[in-house]
Design a protein around this ligand. Structure first.
Ligand SMILES: [Zn+2]
Length: 215
């Protein structure tokens, strides 16, 4: 009988499966799958899954090369931006088409090739998206850049700007600055708050009373 100290009990599970080592290990030794996923937690411990997959990769080098190419191509941030751009502009079934292809926004012919798009744009810096300097312009070299959210908000056609005495910024930039959600600020505007009240009243505080102008 093992003496388990109070409070230190950890559920354990056996590493099972054809290639499992059979040890009882804490759950942390197993790679968890998506919560609620079809397989729950993996049956093999991380070590055994890694060894199994290593063995498979050694037996199938060609499949690995192929898989890497596909995985890189379709999961890279650049590829996803490129294909989303194509969908918006070229596919009438896409939800964004109305605002892009449908408005006559087109893509430089060379950029129908991912390779040349990537060559021009370079790698996408973290936290940026594909944007256009002129929001009514096309996806052509010179008008397209990797831009941050703030830059993106600046360029949007329907950006809501909030202005105080000292500063004028897009709503999204305010939200980030104040560390609140954009929806929170938008809601205040919807309720008729002035820009000043919207950005200078702390969250969770009532709208300041209007100074009494009547006598
Ligand atoms: Zn194992």
């Amino acid at each position: 009988m093992i003496n388990i100290p109070m409070g230190a009990f950890e559920p354990e599970k056996q590493c099972a499966g054809r290639n499992g080592c059979g040890r009882y290990l804490p759950l942390a030794a197993f790679a968890s799958q998506t919560v609620g996923g079809q397989y729950g937690r993996q049956t093999m411990c991380r070590e055994c899954s890694a060894a199994t997959s290593r063995a498979w990769r050694e037996r199938n080098p060609a499949r690995v090369r192929e898989g890497n190419a596909v995985r890189y191509a379709t999961r890279s941030p650049e590829y996803r931006s490129w294909s989303a751009m194509k969908r918006r502009c070229l596919n009438p079934a896409d939800v964004g088409y109305e605002n892009y292809g449908g408005r006559g926004i087109w893509i430089d012919h060379a950029w129908t090739s991912f390779r040349s798009f990537l060559a021009w744009m370079g790698l996408r810096p973290a936290g940026t998206t594909l944007g256009r300097r002129d929001p009514n312009g096309h996806y052509v070299p010179g008008n397209v850049r990797w831009e941050t959210r703030a830059e993106q908000a600046m360029g949007k056609r329907n950006t809501l700007w909030l202005e105080t005495e000292k500063i004028r910024m897009p709503l999204l930039a305010w939200a980030r600055h104040l560390n609140v959600s954009a929806a929170f600020l938008r809601n205040r505007k919807r309720l008729g708050w002035t820009d000043d009240e919207t950005v200078s009243t702390p969250k969770g505080t009532r709208r300041p009373r209007k100074p009494d102008t009547q006598t």
